[in-house]
Each structure stands twice: as C-alpha cells, then as structure tokens.
Design a protein around this ligand. Sequence first.
Ligand code: UP5
Ligand code: MG
Length: 190
Amino acid sequence: LVNKKPTVVFVLGGPGSGKGTQCSNIIEHFGYTHLSAGDLLRAEIKSGSENGTMIQNMIKEGKIVPSEVTIKLLQRAMEKSGNDKFLIDGFPRNEENRAAFEAVTGIEPSVVLFFDCLEEEMERRLLSRNEGRVDDNIETIRKRFKVFLESSIPVIRYYESKGKVRKIDATRPVKEVFESVKAIFAPKSK
Ligand code: UP5
Ligand code: MG
C-alpha cells in the first residue's frame, strides 16, 4: 500500500466546451481535487517565474506549452493537495504531453471525460466570457480550435482505443451536461 498511485481523470474537450465549469460541479459531489493545467500555467505567469514570458506568448498564440513545464506544475499541485483523486482539466493536449505524463508519473487515467461541443457554441461562450483572458479574442480562438482538432483529438482517439473515453454532449445547458457527468461518477447500482 506504500506509494499507492493516485486516481486521475483527464477532462478533455475543445476551448469553451465547459471543462472548468463541470469540474467545479464534480468536486462538490465526488471528492476530487480539480487541477486545470491552463489555470496552473496562468498562475505561473502571474508569479513572475522565469518561464512566465514564454508561457504567456504561447497562450496568446494558442500553442501548447512544453510538457516538462506543465507536468512539473501538475506534479507540484498534486503533492500540495494531499488528496489522491484528481480531475486534470485541459491536459494532455497532444500525444507528446500524454506520453511524457505517463513516463514521468507512471500514472494512467482511470477515465477520460470528453466534452463534445459544437464549435459555433464554443466560440459564442468564449467571446462572451469577459474574464480578460489574453486568448479570448477571435483570432486566438480560431488558433485554439485548430490546435484542438490537430493535436488534442488524437489523444482522445488514443484513449478511445483503450475504452477509457466517456463522451458527453456538452452543447446543452450546464445543468443537463452535469446530469450526464453525474451518471459517470455515481457508484453503479448492482
Ligand atoms: N459555459 C460553460 N458551460 C456552459 C454551458 N453548458 N452552456 C452555456 N455556457 C457555458 O466555460 C467557458 C464559458 O462558457 C464560461 O463563461 C462558462 O460560464 C460558459 P469553461 O467552463 O471555462 O470552459 P473550458 O472548457 O474550461 O474553456 P477554456 O477556455 O478554459 O478551455 P481551453 O482548453 O481553451 O483553455 P485552458 O485554460 O485549458 O488552456 C488555455 C491555453 O493554455 C491553451 O490554449 C494552451 O496555450 C495552454 N495550455 C497548454 O499549453 N498546456 C496545457 O496542458 C493546458 C493549457
Ligand atoms: Mg478551463
């Protein structure tokens, strides 16, 4: 039982598909700690770290930050939490992220949630979010969509081939989406 591996759920889906929103709901009910890779990277920029400028530039261009940076932040946050159940939101974003996380931590996700949302709906949500994110402008949003299709969808395909993906129709209202999410986390009746 020494060094038992933590339980990890990867929460994936396009920009504005509702990953963060649904994770907030999940942690209230199911005892997980929510780690948003994007939030950790934005906190790293604010902290004035030496990587801050590089991270900021990559986020502005919708590009994927080098895995070693993101994985280090995730590992630190996992240790700090004291929990052993994590929702990792917005990571892994490409095959290299995925393979590096597995190699470095030895952790494989128990389940991968995929919030499947229409692009026009995601665009609407991001343009009306108004939280001052440097990447919530139409130019960057189009780049984020492209990177999602080219780099992140293959990660979802990989986990599909392992039978780990739970796909959720995320174009619906928040409450309806969460009903589908709950059905995945709730203990199965026998
Ligand atoms: N909203 C949510 N659900 C709704 C619903 N069902 N109906 C109507 N409205 C809904 O939601 C977005 C907005 O929509 C909110 O205003 C919400 O109220 C509303 P949110 O829950 O924030 O969606 P989310 O999927 O979390 O969108 P987010 O913009 O965070 O997704 P991204 O994947 O684009 O952003 P992330 O922060 O993960 O990454 C940002 C950038 O960081 C990346 O582009 C990349 O440059 C970098 N990054 C890396 O390099 N590596 C990483 O590992 C992670 C990030
Ligand atoms: Mg988010």
